[in-house]
Design a binder for this molecule. Structure first.
Ligand code: ASP
Length: 352
């Protein structure tokens, strides 16, 4: 009798697992990324540059999707995609980051786990190859939430994260962006950084000549098959930043936030000062918790926040795996992929 009862229970469990209702109820993983927002118009991008960005976004989407497809965690998907974009000189994060007014690359990043509201952030890194991995190590391996400067790099090194010479982050495109910014603002131009390739080598690099002061920050938001939400963001900040400036990216609740309680994950890009003042990412989650859809919450928040000044965009993931994108700029490098939908990427504001 006892055995029969057990057998019956096992049968019910097996049928439940196999039934289409149970499959429908399981959260469907979903993943979205951005590669920065700004004055991005068709006239400014050659067909080759347009194609290069779309290919880079697709690679990053696939890296995150691979994790989620295999039953992995939202956090791992976020980190995998952002690491790839940090290695890609097209983006203002890791290699390809913009320069400070003193001619350095100072990198900020943050990650947040919506499932338990843990978070980690780093600011002003100069030697850690993957700032997003450093942010995650702060979250998981330290008692703190935010580390800055040489201490943050030292902590990352102590966690076995790859360290590089600061010149690793150098790209000619971003250096020329700094020279232009400083020239336009009648500020002194620092010496070319030690270890940078000689100026004559510039033509060897892919150099989309976008006249941009900032933008190209990268971010990702994910919902995994267990229903966990996560968000991450990584950036070089803004060209010509001075005095140890830190933007919104590593400020939890400004440029990065995730909360399973509220049912949202957010990563932002744009003029960080305004995102900090308006607590943009946290506010979007509050709006969603109050019943707004991700799309309405995102657009209302960027419109409100950026009425203070500046411009930019956000990506949002809700607890049902619906990605939302909103911006006040003419474009934002972005894309999404879901368990039940293929990768889609977009650049210009008028694309779906
Ligand atoms: N939000 C970044 C910062 O202010 C820059 C960007 O997203 O373009 O540091």
């Amino acid at each position: 009798m006892h055995n029969l009862k057990l057998y019956g229970l096992a049968l019910v469990a097996a049928l439940t697992l196999a039934s289409p209702v149970a499959a429908q109820d399981a959260p469907q993983w979903s993943f979205a990324i951005h590669g920065g927002a700004g004055v991005i118009e068709r006239a400014n991008l050659s067909p080759e540059q347009d194609a290069a960005y779309r290919a880079a976004l697709t690679r990053a989407l696939e890296a995150g999707a691979e994790v989620l497809r295999n039953g992995g965690e939202a956090l791992d998907a976020v980190e995998a995609a952002i690491r790839l974009m940090e290695d890609d000189p097209l983006f203002n994060a890791g290699r390809g980051a913009v320069f400070t007014g003193a001619g350095r690359n100072e990198l900020d990043a943050a990650v947040m786990n919506g499932a338990d509201l843990t978070a980690g952030a780093v600011a002003g890194l100069t030697t850690t190859r993957h700032p997003i991995a450093a942010a995650r190590a702060v979250m998981e391996q330290s008692p703190h939430v935010m580390l800055i400067g040489s201490g943050a790099d030292a902590f990352a090194a102590s966690q076995g994260l790859e360290q590089v010479d600061p010149s690793y982050f150098f790209t000619e495109r971003r250096w020329q962006g700094l020279v232009k910014f400083l020239t336009d603002n009648s500020l002194p131009i620092p010496e070319r950084p030690a270890g940078a390739p000689p100026a004559g080598m510039a033509s060897l690099e892919p150099a989309p000549p976008l006249n941009e002061r900032k933008f190209g920050t990268v971010g990702a938001v994910a919902l995994d098959g267990q229903g966990r939400l996560a968000a991450g963001t990584s950036t070089g900040g803004t060209t010509g930043k001075r005095w140890g400036r830190v933007g919104d990216v590593p400020v939890i609740g400004a440029g990065t936030y995730a909360s399973n309680r509220d049912g949202c994950a957010v990563s932002a890009t744009g003029d960080g000062e305004f995102y900090i003042r308006a607590s943009v990412a946290r506010d979007i989650c509050s709006r969603i918790a109050d019943g707004a859809t991700g799309q309405v919450a995102a657009q209302a928040e960027v419109d409100d926040a950026l009425s203070l000044g500046g411009s930019g965009g956000v990506i949002v993931m809700d607890a049902q795996g619906r990605p939302a994108f909103a911006m006040t700029t003419t474009g934002m490098y972005r894309g999404s992929i879901r368990a039940d939908a293929p990768a889609e990427v977009a650049i210009y504001g008028d694309e779906q």
